[in-house]
Design a protein around this ligand. Structure first.
Ligand code: SAH
Length: 395
């Protein structure tokens, strides 16, 4: 008989953590037996040989095992259908006013390594781990039955695939639709070109924050720094603001302008600059421009913990420059989308910037990622997007 593929965990806090957290690092493992290959299923046992779950194995990754289930039941189509069904139920209850949302958010939905985003009738999927890659057949079968669709596009191009020993893969898995779609988010419409742009098409995680900022009732001048395809700015312009959007990528600005036109917003209400925000904030200061709302939504300056110090300096720099551009008691929204930059660090950067330019702050809102990117507090890494909305006044 074939020897059972299994790992036995070392005694200590690592074994305790594995009772609820799906990631098992090399340092937590005492013994591996049964010669598992990358992507294989194996059983995970605690130090006293108690079964604590079944997971996938990948010795190439720092996370050697990802636990997928807490019982020995098989991972077949019905297993995935149940998990996907539960994930959909959560969205049906908590996500409103859009036809674009994340239906499966990896670990947070009990499906490590799997992302499924829905853009109207089309699904965009990402298989991010060796384990999930090997389970693709059953996952796709379940997905097709659980979510009626007209196309499935694979966009498995994240750098994390490299860490897993996987090549990138993009393209249609099945298709009965066009290459483009128009989706709706509240009163805003966006054009999506499948396969192009960042993430799976849109930064869906900022939806609720876009609603929130648009509902502040600000009618003056707004600066949407790091605007990508215009998300925040489109909502604000439709709400009556005059918006300036900045992004370093020409292609993003092109899309943003197309979205502006699609939403019937006249160019004098929404203008863009293709530029580096770090330089442009200085230039705007020199031009004497002032704003009633500034939004700072930079990319993740930190993918790994080691880059934290540089990231903090970057945040402080843009915060400080943004504060100088605000009218008295203007609003400043700042976001950080890396799990490593926590609320404390973002607040420290905000305080340090405000202190240097002699500003006083009031928190109007603590913000987070939208409900279709659920935060599971048993898995702290699922909480990654945080933001503050400040009212900024002179000291
Ligand atoms: N606010 C957007 C998402 C922003 S993602 C939304 O709601 O959809 C971050 C954006 O910052 C990307 O579009 C990227 O092109 C841009 N970017 C990265 N570095 C930049 C820089 N130094 N200056 C300007 N834009 C930058």
């Amino acid at each position: 008989m074939e020897k059972e593929k299994k790992v036995i965990l070392k005694k200590g806090p690592g074994a305790q953590n594995a009772l609820w957290h799906p990631w098992i690092y090399r340092s937590q493992i005492g013994e591996i037996s049964g010669s598992p290959s990358p992507g294989d299923r194996l059983s995970v046992y605690g130090p006293h040989k108690r079964f604590i779950g079944a997971g996938t194995f990948n010795p190439k990754s720092e996370i050697v095992v990802r636990i997928l289930s807490r019982t020995p039941a098989p991972w077949d189509k019905s297993f995935f259908k149940e998990r996907i069904g539960a994930a959909m139920e959560h969205r049906a209850r908590w996500v409103t006013d859009t036809n674009a949302c994340r239906v499966v958010a990896g670990e947070a939905d009990g499906l490590p390594g799997l992302i499924v985003d829905r853009y109207d009738e089309v699904l965009v999927v990402q298989f991010l781990t060796m384990g999930m890659e090997k389970l693709k057949g059953a996952v796709l079968e379940a997905l097709g039955e659980a979510i009626p669709n007209r196309g499935i596009y694979e966009k498995s191009d994240s750098v994390s695939r490299k860490w897993e020993g996987l090549e990138p893969r993009t393209g249609w898995i099945q298709k009965d639709c066009g290459d483009e779609a128009t989706v709706r988010e509240g009163g805003v419409r966006y054009k999506i070109n499948f396969g192009e742009g960042h993430k799976t098409g849109l930064y869906l995680d900022q939806r609720e924050n876009r609603f929130l900022l648009a509902n502040l009732g600000i009618k003056g001048d707004a600066l949407d720094a790091f605007c990508y395809q215009g998300g925040f700015g489109l909502h604000l312009a439709l709400g009556g603001c005059r918006v300036l959007g900045i992004d370093i990528q020409e292609s993003a600005i092109k899309e943003a302008k197309a979205n502006r036109d699609l939403n019937g917003i006249p160019p004098e209400k929404m203008d863009f600059r293709t530029a580096n925000v770090f330089d442009e904030l200085k230039a705007l200061q020199k031009e004497g421009r002032r704003f009633d709302l500034v939004i700072l939504d930079p990319p993740s300056f930190v993918k790994k913990k080691s880059a934290l110090e540089g990231a903090a300096a970057g945040y402080k720099e843009i915060l400080l420059r943004a504060m100088k551009l605000l009218n008295e008691k203007g609003c400043l929204a700042v976001f950080a989308c890396s799990h490593h930059v926590d609320e404390n660090l973002l607040m420290q950067c905000s305080l340090s910037a405000a202190h240097d330019v002699r500003k006083d702050l009031r928190v109007l809102k603590f913000m987070k990622q939208s409900a279709d990117h659920p935060i599971n507090p048993f898995i702290p890494e699922t909480y990654y997007l945080k933001g503050f909305l400040f009212s900024v006044s002179s000291q």
